[in-house]
Write a protein that binds this ligand. Structure first.
Ligand code: ADP
Ligand code: MG
Length: 745
């Protein structure tokens, strides 16, 4: 038995199998994945039950649960899934196999309970109350009218519980249903009929409310996806427009979005001008001006003006769809608190059950105390033995936190990073592209020797033709018009320094002062130009070959408008900011002064950035890092939490960062920290509340002061309290963007 309980741990794994399930249908010899939707699986209890039943079956390789979505992925090597379905039916699980394709938004769970179900439960409650009142008014606890009322209540409200309890008993699974069933049977055995009725009714009601709360959490996630319209107006051959289902619109089609409508698909504006409310994606509620060439996202709202949009990705690949997929797939990425609760639940239930057993057996046998009274105390203990409140509150809290973040344009990859976020004491910020806009432009060119300025720019652009560095883009943009780029052979990136390549058979370099020095090419003329550019806060690079320094280029990049606010807000939260940059110290100091950052580490090579993160980790315990992924990917990976900026426009950032900020607003960093801390507070409150309530009832039960129904009430109350407290996070800072994103289209 101990072993069974030992495995009674809640897991909310998802994701992995989803990826596998998109693979082509394998032959029977290869593992297959079936996705089941199990409507009556909403508690870790049921997960344990299913694991016990399926894990031993030959051919079953792996089970992945997502309790909040009530989904089960079964990886198996069976010829047909019939056996799985039969096994699930045997333990009372209503499983429907759903398409193996990537998760599409399940239909809205409007009313998980029918009016009939609610009425039956109401009847159970009324009968239970009546039984209590009669017993209290002087009829015996086991008198015929009381027994009759109690029976009505138990049959109306308790049959599902008793049935599940019976299944648990048969499958040797210690779970809440079994505990409740034992408590009810025990109460009846010692003639406490009204108690039995009350216990079963309160428990059934709690299950219903809990399930509705989970539905709310689930709908909050799917609500995000459903904001994209289901149809789009597509241009057809004769120049007219035709309404087509969004998931049937091919990439490259032209769609029309009228004023006030939501955009159905990701695309690029081809005609028209408007302002678009991008809050659902980026959390930014100020409409953004859009004109020809600008990217727009599915789910955002066209405020005025008609837009014609060239579709750039299928409906299932839209930024919005990817956000929702990440949210769903990373739910299994447990926060440390969840893992702690996991381990706690493993010994808590068996320990309390054991204690209850001792309480029932030892006092009557060893000390001759009244058996019925001590059995009753033991039953009370059984009721509080289930860690349900604890185990369900954590995923609800975490999912609420993740959803609230997503609504604000902050995509967090699971509870792990949300929790890590609450511990951050310092955040390292990359300069180029993070603190600055990352759209540098050439501000000044100095030509030395025989070359003219345009020649310097042409060579610089040629050398950088194959680089994606923001600086390279500035050179591309500044290349003299109408002149062919020179052919470059042997191109190489010199991370943190610059680039090199052969032009006209001669090795050329373009890069910073470090590179110039390393190659032993520094001249007084070049150094003077570098110094002049740098004190202006500009990034300076030099162009040289083995013989001469040919020129110097000053590149200016503007500071992001919100950077000073963000740094100040972080400081107010007690989070230090540190600038990390490969740029030279003078430029870095200048930008730092403009943003209010006090600590600057400049002239860093990519590996130095990594070392700097290590050093900050030793100094502060937990550090975050925000960067653009160019020359700082290792540092981003090493930080506790790696933040990627402007993820809405980037294909990889959503997938790779720990936390993806959908737009470039640095104020999302303090926002994230506040939300992370709020989540942690709620988790702590919930755990404390659940444990204190259990402890109090344990003591009261021992003292003989707690009745069964009080224990159920407390247990149920604790569950509801913690779930409600967790859901509170959905409204975190609701005044901002949440309402806009919560509107479903
Ligand atoms: P950061 O992102 O912090 O500015 P990087 O490591 O990307 O740091 O770059 C450091 C420095 O190396 C730049 O400031 C620039 O001087 C030089 N550099 C890097 N890549 C290039 C390039 N493609 N062209 C010219 N200079 C470059
Ligand atoms: Mg960079």
């Amino acid at each position: 038995m101990a072993d069974e309980i030992g495995q009674m741990r809640p897991r909310l794994d998802t994701g992995h199998s989803v990826v596998e399930s998109t693979a082509p249908r394998p032959t029977a010899a290869d593992p297959q994945v079936v996705r089941y939707r199990i409507n009556n699986m909403c508690c870790p209890t049921e997960e344990r039950l299913i694991r016990n039943k399926l894990e031993g079956m030959p051919g079953i390789e792996r089970l992945d649960f997502n309790l909040i979505d009530r989904m089960l992925n079964v990886r198996h090597r069976l010829d047909s899934q019939e056996a799985v379905q039969r096994a699930l039916a045997a333990i009372g699980m209503q499983a429907t196999a759903v398409g193996a394709a990537a998760p599409e938004a399940p239909a809205a769970d409007t009313a998980p309970f029918t009016t009939v179900q609610k009425a039956v439960l109401g009847m159970s409650g009324a009968a239970a109350c009546a039984a209590e009142v009669l017993a209290w008014a002087g009829h015996g606890e086991a008198s015929p009218p009381v027994v009759a009322l109690a029976l009505v209540s138990i049959v109306a409200g308790g049959l599902p519980t008793l049935r599940k309890g019976w299944i648990s008993l048969k499958t040797f699974t210690l779970n809440i249903n079994l505990l409740m069933s034992l408590a009810v049977v025990g109460a009846v055995a010692i003639g406490q009929w009204p108690e039995a009725a009350m216990v079963i009714f309160l428990f059934a009601m709690a299950e219903m409310i809990e399930s509705m709360s989970l539905t709310r959490a689930r709908n909050a996630v799917h609500g995000l996806l459903r904001i994209a319209p289901e149809t789009a107006d597509v241009r057809v051959g004769d120049g007219g427009w035709e309404t087509v289902r969004a998931d049937h619109v091919p990439v490259g089609a032209l769609i029309r979005v009228k004023a006030g409508e939501r955009i159905a698909l990701d695309g690029v504006v081809e005609a028209g001008e408007s302002a678009v409310d991008q809050a659902p994606i980026t959390g930014e509620s100020m409409p953004i001006d859009k004109r020809r060439g600008d990217a727009v996202f599915a789910g955002t709202i066209n405020a005025h003006g008609m837009l014609e949009v060239r579709v750039t990705s299928a409906s299932g690949d839209s930024t919005l769809a990817r956000i929702v997929r990440v949210l769903e797939e990373t739910q299994g990425n447990q926060a440390p608190t969840q893992r702690f609760i996991d381990r706690f639940a493993r010994w808590y239930t068996p320990a309390v059950v054991l204690a209850a057993l001792c309480v029932a057996v030892v006092p009557p046998l060893a000390f001759g105390l009244p058996a019925a009274a001590w059995l009753y105390k033991a039953l009370v203990m059984l009721v509080i033995a289930c860690p349900c409140a604890l185990v369900i509150s954590t995923p609800v809290t975490v999912v609420s936190g993740l959803t609230a973040a997503a609504r604000r344009g902050i995509l967090v990859k699971g509870g792990e990073f949300l929790e890590a976020g609450s511990r951050l004491r310092a955040i390292a910020l990359d300069k180029t592209g993070t603190l600055t806009r990352g759209i540098p432009s050439v501000a000044e060119v100095a030509a030395f020797g025989t070359l003219r300025e345009a020649d310097v720019l042409l060579l610089a652009a040629s050398l950088n033709a194959h680089s994606t560095h923001p600086l390279a883009r500035a050179m591309h943009a500044a290349a003299p018009k109408g002149r062919m780029l020179r052919q470059v052979r042997g191109f190489a990136n010199l991370p943190g320094r610059g680039v090199q390549g052969d032009i006209g058979g001669k090795r050329h370099w373009l890069g910073n002062a470090r590179l110039l020095e390393e190659q032993g090419a520094a001249t007084a003329e070049a150094n003077a130009a570098l110094a002049r550019f740098e004190t202006q806060g500009r990034t300076a690079v030099v162009l040289f070959n083995g013989e001469d320094v040919l020129g110097a280029i000053a590149v200016a990049d503007t500071l992001r408008a919100q950077a000073p606010d963000a740094v100040a807000a972080l400081a107010a939260l007690g989070v230090q900011t540190v600038m990390l940059t490969g740029d030279n110290a003078r430029t870095a100091q200048e930008i730092a002064a403009q943003t209010g950052i006090k600590q600057v580490r400049a002239e860093l090579l990519p590996e130095d950035k990594l070392g700097e993160i290590e050093r900050l980790r030793t100094a502060f315990g937990a550090v975050g890092m925000a960067g653009d992924g160019i020359n700082d990917a290792p540092a981003l990976a090493r930080a506790e939490v790696g933040f990627a900026m402007g993820a809405a426009g980037s294909d990889t950032a959503i997938e790779t960062a720990d936390v993806a900020l959908m737009d470039d607003d640095l104020r999302k960093l303090p926002e994230f920290i506040r939300l992370a801390r709020a989540t942690r507070r709620v988790l702590a409150q919930n755990i404390a509340a659940a444990l204190v309530i259990k402890a109090v009832f344990f003591a009261l039960a021992l003292a003989g002061a707690a009745t069964l129904w009080m224990a159920v009430f407390a247990d149920v109350g604790a569950s509801l309290l913690v779930v409600a407290n967790g859901l509170r996070l959905l409204r975190f800072g609701a005044a901002g963007v949440a309402p806009a994103a919560a509107r479903s289209g």
